[in-house]
Design a protein around this ligand. Sequence first.
Ligand SMILES: [Zn+2]
Length: 275
Amino acid sequence: MHAALRAWTELADGVYARPHTAQRLNVGLVVGAERCAVIDTRSSHGQGRDLARAVRAITPKPWVLVNTHAHWDHCFGNAVFTGAPIWGHPACARRLAVDGEAERRAARADALAEGDARLAEEVADVVITPPGRLVAGEAAIDLGGRRLWLAHLGRGHTDGDVVAEVEGVVFAGDLLEEGAPPDFGDAFPLDWPATLEALLPHLGAVVVPGHGGLLRRADAEEQAALHAEVARAAREAHAAALPVDRAAGALPLPPEAAEVALRRAWRQLDAEGRA
Ligand SMILES: [Zn+2]
């Protein structure tokens, strides 16, 4: 149930991914000559401390943090990395600063649903710590001798997804996942395909998704095609004013995910209609 202390996988010189049992979450580490970047910080102070120890097993260099988005399982470990500059999208910062308690409630509910009472308790004590270094478009973090490229390529899994790339290794956050359908809960299904199309040219041989096993470029292309089909079918069903349960059957997703995707897509289309 709790994060096993699993080893880092070195994907390129000084570029690592660390998979976790908890939430099947992936965290990244990029080591430069002067500092290191930690990409996502896990779900609680306890998990964050475990991560910090694992980083220190690789490098003693000062750290900067990157939050790929505002979901609790990616950023509730932030506070443990005391004083670290935290990079993230303005929408991610806003979500955590203005509505962090909603994120905490989601964390508690998700942890209890997964039978993880300890994590549900731990999230109550999390000091929610939003990013202060904002990246609305692109940014490059100088790590000493190498730069970590950050970019917001459009709305997708949330309105504030940031991807990171170095040495051809892309950390995609939850824009890409392995082993589960995409999470549409806070998503913008109509924008997600274009965001992935913008991401594809940046992909090298290996892609680190927010959750699950490492992906190859072909997997990412497949997911981009799936999102394009979801957006197309959602528009078509909206135009035909189909009920959600009938429309869901036309989407290449399990019924529950399809319904969430449709509701989110239709919300966008309704808003466009009102504009
Ligand atoms: Zn997420």
